[in-house]
Design a protein around this ligand. Structure first.
Ligand SMILES: NC(=O)c1ccc[n+]([C@@H]2O[C@H](COP(=O)([O-])OP(=O)(O)OC[C@H]3O[C@@H](n4cnc5c(N)ncnc54)[C@H](O)[C@@H]3O)[C@@H](O)[C@H]2O)c1
Length: 390
């Protein structure tokens, strides 16, 4: 049996435990939980986990004994505070992203992990997804020569979620660089084999989502639900991606304002790598349906490697020979197969048979790059990225 202690057993953690971790090892059990919403958690827990004991604190849960690993699945603002506590123990830790939402949290977290026996799997499924790993393999084998440039895009077809509670709450997420780009900037560092050292970013806010609709407004109480493209009935009628249930208004003052905080409809980040290569990453959160695309194009003098997770395709072009190749991955797995890979690492860490491919420094590097992008978008300047020294 693999006994897990979970801090924050919400929908993400439930999905991971019940459909991903247990695919790797059916003997995973949730035996301890720290979560103030016991009723909500019990409604999610599978019958085999109903004996789990609820604890007041992480410390109390660890002291109760019998744990083989910890998993933190709270909302973003609590990842770092709980991870700092977890660093006290010699237990493998699965940690949701972003690992921190402020510079203070990130530097405190880095300090906590300078001296610890706690090994971490940061929840970065894209980095370990088979398609991304294959692209990196080709790059390492010389498919592009020395990697000079990368272009990466993320046209998010489910982006309305960022203006429907609670992702629209800046105090919880710190904005969409940390919430969304943290994945992409992480896998770009992996692909390019080099950390991001400097960024310049721009963000478009208030063009699409956010607005002046009343606080607390939900579709079922709105007199525009027949015409609004975001009402459940119109999303359904138009085959538009997003939830089809009644939901908070994405044009409400509750989304924040340009003057204070408001999630960006779209943003672009110029990134410079330690190797001297550079590139650009753009995320567009109002895209829908077939506009979905997420992936990267890496090039050098000898060739180009490009892939897209939505088409599940990778293409290699030799610049100086008459050959190009397209490879298609099969399957339709959670986070493009990346969640399963993370689960393999985590369970392997617990059993002593694997090491983490997404250790704490990957989470920290990405957070430092995202914080720099956020600062740059606010100030209009190039911002150096703090480097991790563990
Ligand atoms: N890695 C990925 O690809 C990925 C995908 C989806 C979500 N996420 C991340 O997962 C996290 C959780 O998202 P979710 O949709 O499951 O949210 P959720 O609200 O469903 O779950 C959060 C849980 O934390 C609990 N909680 C609240 N306060 C707490 C406290 N003080 N101590 C302990 N638990 C507390 C809540 O009761 C809830 O059960 C978010 O940070 C999100 O960014 C990551």
């Amino acid at each position: 049996m693999i006994n897990l202690g979970v801090i924050g057993y919400g929908s993400r953690m439930h999905g991971l435990v019940s459909t991903v971790f247990r695919r790797v090892d059916a003997d995973v059990r949730v035996v301890g939980i720290v979560d103030p919403d016991e009723a909500g958690v019990r409604a999610r827990l599978e019958p085999r986990d109903q004996d789990a004991v609820f604890h007041e604190s992480l410390d109390e849960m660890v002291r109760a004994g019998g744990l083989d690993g910890l998993a933190i699945g709270t909302r973003c603002n609590l990842h770092a505070p709980y991870a700092i506590q977890a660093a006290e123990y010699d237990l493998p830790l699965y940690l949701e992203k972003p690992v921190a939402i402020s510079m203070q949290q990130a530097t405190d977290l880095e300090r906590a992990f300078r001296k610890t026996a706690c090994s971490v799997v940061v929840s970065f499924p894209l980095r370990v997804s088979p398609l991304c790993v294959l692209a990196r393999q080709y790059i390492e084998e010389g498919a592009v020569g020395s990697a000079v440039h990368v272009t990466a895009v993320n046209y998010v077809p489910y982006g309305t979620v960022y203006w429907e509670a609670p992702y629209r709450n800046w105090e919880i997420t710190g904005g969409l660089f940390l919430q969304k780009a943290t994945h992409d900037l992480d896998y770009l560092m992996y692909l390019m084999g080099s950390p991001i050292v400097r960024v310049a970013a721009m963000a478009a806010r208030g063009h699409v989502f956010g607005g002046t609709k009343a606080s607390g407004l939900i579709c079922s109480e709105c007199d525009e639900q027949e015409t609004c493209l975001e009402s459940p009935q119109n999303r359904q009628r138009n085959g538009s991606t997003g939830v089809y249930q009644d939901h908070p208004c994405v044009f409400s003052v509750d989304c924040g304002s340009v003057a204070t905080h408001l999630n960006a409809d779209a943003s672009s980040t110029l990134v410079e790598f330690g190797s001297g290569a550079h590139g650009a990453y753009t995320q567009v959160c109002y895209a829908r349906r077939d506009a979905a695309t997420r992936g990267a194009t890496v090039s050098g003098y000898l060739g180009t490697v490009t892939f897209d997770w939505y088409t599940n395709e990778l293409r290699r072009v030799r610049h100086h020979a008459p050959y190009s190749a397209t490879e298609r991955a099969s399957g339709n797995m959670s986070h493009f197969g990346g969640d399963l890979e993370l689960a393999r690492d985590f369970i392997g860490l617990i059993k002593g048979t694997a090491t983490s491919r997404t250790p704490i420094e990957t989470g920290l590097r990405s957070v430092y790059a995202c914080l720099a992008a956020s600062e740059s978008a606010d100030n209009g300047t190039f911002v150096p990225v703090r480097q991790v020294s563990l």
